[in-house]
Design a protein around this ligand. Sequence first.
Ligand code: MG
Length: 381
Amino acid sequence: MQPKRIILLGATGSIGAGTLDIIRSHPGRFNLAAVSAHRSAEALRKITAEFSPRACALSGSDREGAGWITHFGMQGLLRMIEETEADIVVNGIAGAAGLLPSWKAVTSGKDLALANKETIVTAGPLIMKEAGRLGRSILPVDSEHSALFQLLRGRSPSDVEQLILTASGGPFRDRDPETFGAISLEETLRHPTWNMGGKITIDSATMANKGLEVIEARHLFGIDASRIEVVIHPQSMVHSLIRTVEGSMYAQISKPDMRIPIQNALTYPELVPCPFGRLELAGEQLSFFKPDKKRYPLLFLAFETAALGAGYPIAFNAADEVAVEAFTAGRIPFTGIAELVEETLSLDWSGAAEDLEAVTETDRLAREACARLLDTRGGKQ
Ligand code: MG
């Protein structure tokens, strides 16, 4: 068997580290063909020393000349994806910056293992259509969507009534919502189960992250938002469920370790043994709750956004990024994140984003609109 050739984007983040662990654990099965980081040159250098990829990119730097780096800047990164012969691109880039690399991966004829949810949230219909046209697979790496992908395999769409995504509920699931205005950045960054980056940890506390996942599930699996549900499941062992029409539910249950969904994307369509621990159910308690609107307004806004479609999901995502940044910088309280996103969504985003340029333009306009709302707010304080 020829090793599967992988291009890994965002190699120094948590998805990158997990992917490298999977490659290490299966000698001869995978080959790291190319790798990218944003600015962490030192960490990238260690990875290239260990795996000897043919190409490597530093997407956040335009500095030419450091001999061992073959590609610089976003344009260099896109060229690397296009030029490198590979079977699959793992996109672990955080935020809206992941969109163009995802698009390039699919249009240059590679499968896409996708951890960048912004790709599907902002350009889902476009990229799903393009992947279908070119016969490429989009394999979700996010634990919930990976679970749904596995649960739906080989099942007729008409048998499935509902997709049910689980959520940890974040660090404030038991805190009195009346005190949410006083939540500090430090408290927000303490996540109970998953160890992730800063923005996604804040999104997990507000459940904007789950909201993005609802929108993502809608596009990935072509199912109406009204047939998607979210339940809070603090143990993070059931990663998602489906409900079939006769009333049964099927769940995917495993340790909360990102390396399992990463491996399943990399070995698709096969399942192979994973060295990162199996779960024993004896002695475990699994619990489930309904999320409430007062505690998680962004989740409920996301359902409305998913139903509205057009430019609304792009605006939701853009406004959330601007608002989280403002919270991180101490400009707004925790409760201001949802308020800013809601104010941005109350503007008109009904224009359809028919191509990638329209997606990036809507994204830009939404960021500007949100930043203006933020400045107005600042003036009032
Ligand atoms: Mg997730």
